[in-house]
Design a protein around this ligand. Structure first.
Ligand SMILES: [Zn+2]
Length: 317
């Protein structure tokens, strides 16, 4: 498709930082910047940071972007340009960020949820480029995702399709951030893994590896480190995580018959410590049905282009 090359000013507002980029629509990043966030950001501070970061990137490059694209870690209404809820940064719920950012830069402004944007980025620039059917799953502190079916992003009736982290796979399981019990996020998300280790006194006492880390500092990354070092308890936690993940992923595969499951997010950085046993576990679950579904790791660089991908994808449809 012949497309005019545009410049996009992108902002990714996450739990710990705001990442800014100025890129062309082919995904060539011209410059980037970042600012750390604080938990009680408030709307004014976010708008001020966006204005400062955007203006300094425009000044530095001398490029006037045609569009602004915002990616946000929380529930959003992309049609209205409104943040619905913000679980990581307080004071941003029910906030029409698009309206206010439009006032700053006076150009078209888009808003998308971060996991959905990452799925779009797989379609536009990444591993899903030549696929019509794939599911992107972000395994991070929480679990999110996006679904492409028949070549199109599945948004659903209210734009909430692809919130696969909140599929319940263990009724009466642990309480999830969404208020329900037994969601996959509450069982296999990074935060849930860390909690599981920290709440297990026997494990903390008897595992040589975990007992060497200050209890409050344990994260999902330590699970993978422990596995690498041959720690039996870390291996047990990984196996439990894989059991829940592969159960959920097998259900998604049966529902959508995808060509591939693309795994991204912080936990995917564990590489084959996660990917190889996950693939094996899914294969065992599906017992030959959907045998050729590929389980592949996302390229972490791709995430940076998520705001750009959202803008390019919007143009195409
Ligand atoms: Zn949930």
């Amino acid at each position: 498709m012949n497309r005019v090359n545009e410049h996009i000013l992108g902002f990714d507002i996450g739990g710990t930082k705001i990442s800014g980029i100025l890129s062309d629509s082919s995904g060539n990043i011209i410059t980037s910047s970042r600012k750390m966030t604080v938990k009680h950001m408030g709307k004014e501070r976010v708008l001020k940071d966006i204005e400062e970061m955007g203006n300094s990137m425009i000044e530095e490059t001398g490029i006037s972007p045609e569009k602004v694209s915002i990616v946000f870690a929380g529930l959003v209404d992309s049609d209205l340009g409104r943040i619905i809820s913000s679980p990581n940064l307080f004071g941003l719920s029910d906030f029409n960020i698009v309206k206010d950012v439009k006032k700053i830069f006076s150009i078209e402004t888009l808003l998308e949820n971060d996991a959905t944007a990452a799925a779009i980025s797989e379609k536009v620039f990444g591993k899903g480029k030549n696929m019509d059917n794939f599911i992107y799953i972000s395994l991070s502190t929480g679990i999110g995702g996006g679904i492409f079916a028949n070549g199109k992003l599945v948004r659903g009736n209210k734009g909430l399709a692809g919130e696969i982290g909140h599929c319940i796979i263990l009724p009466d399981g642990p309480v999830c951030g969404c208020g329900r019990r037994g969601c996959i996020e509450a069982l296999a998300g990074g935060k849930a893994i860390a909690r599981k280790i920290m709440e297990n006194r026997t494990m903390l006492r008897e595992s040589k590896f975990f007992s060497s880390i200050p209890a409050g500092k344990i994260t999902a990354k330590h699970m993978f480190e422990g596995v690498k070092k041959g720690d039996m308890y870390a291996q047990l936690i990984l196996e439990e995580t894989l059991f829940y993940l592969s159960t959920a992923i097998s259900n998604f595969i049966c529902s959508f018959d995808p060509e591939a499951i693309i795994i991204g997010g912080g936990m995917s950085l564990a590489g084959n410590l996660l990917m190889a046993p996950l693939k094996q576990s899914i294969d065992e679950n599906l017992k030959g049905m959907y045998r050729d579904v590929k389980i592949i790791k996302s390229d972490p660089e791709n995430g940076k282009l998520a705001p750009v991908a959202v803008s390019v994808y919007e143009e195409k449809i």
